[in-house]
Write a protein that binds this ligand. Sequence first.
Ligand code: PEP
Length: 253
Amino acid sequence: MRQNLVAGNWKMNLTYPEGLALVEEITRLAGDAGATGPEIVVCPPFPLLHGVGQALPQGGRFHLGAQNCHQKESGAFTGEVSAKVLASVGCEYVILGHSERRQYFGEDDELLSQKLKAALVAGLKPIFCVGESLDTREADETFAFISKQLTDGLFHLSNEEFEQVTIAYEPIWAIGTGRTASSAQAQEVHAFIREQIARAYDAQAALNTTILYGGSANAQNARELFSQPDVDGGLIGGASLKAVDFATIIQSF
Ligand code: PEP
């Protein structure tokens, strides 16, 4: 059966000492969430990965994730970081297809397909993000849009590869805006995503896939969001930078 999971996307925030202080505090507050608690993934900026990974409790529910990777294994790509390098510093997860990468760095489904493959070859578990803009939602095209993102970006994977993937539904209009999707809106899209997985793969794959909600999730609304049958946790931006809030979210199942 699928795992509940909470991932913190620090984005381009926190220095190394600040990152270390944050994980120390999160571990103190949430480290005892018990065997039934969610998997916890911390996704700092690249230079912090190794040190933050070392500072996390080892061998338990805490995991290290990156926010992006390059699609090639190595080579002359100045400034880029490969999935293989990420794995070598202790990463287990990588966020791919975040709307900020799609919007500001022009990442399209074709490129994301390549990045997914590269991540899987390196043994990383992708957290693959999908989500519609406000215009798309208001035009009543959310389902068609999400379906296309899944088909073009993700469903080319084999059954075996797909087993490694976590999906994050992140409506763009809710990211960093303080405007959260209602739990009913989140549940509706999560259930739709699960249906699409069943069509593309099979019913078991649909049941087994962890689907996270992301978009202004916080310590106040996490419990309500996570109570929805198809919401298996969260990809958390702003609130993952505050230890008390992130710990509360971890304890919201
Ligand atoms: C995100 O960017 O993945 C995100 C969910 O951000 P926030 O929680 O700040 O809306």
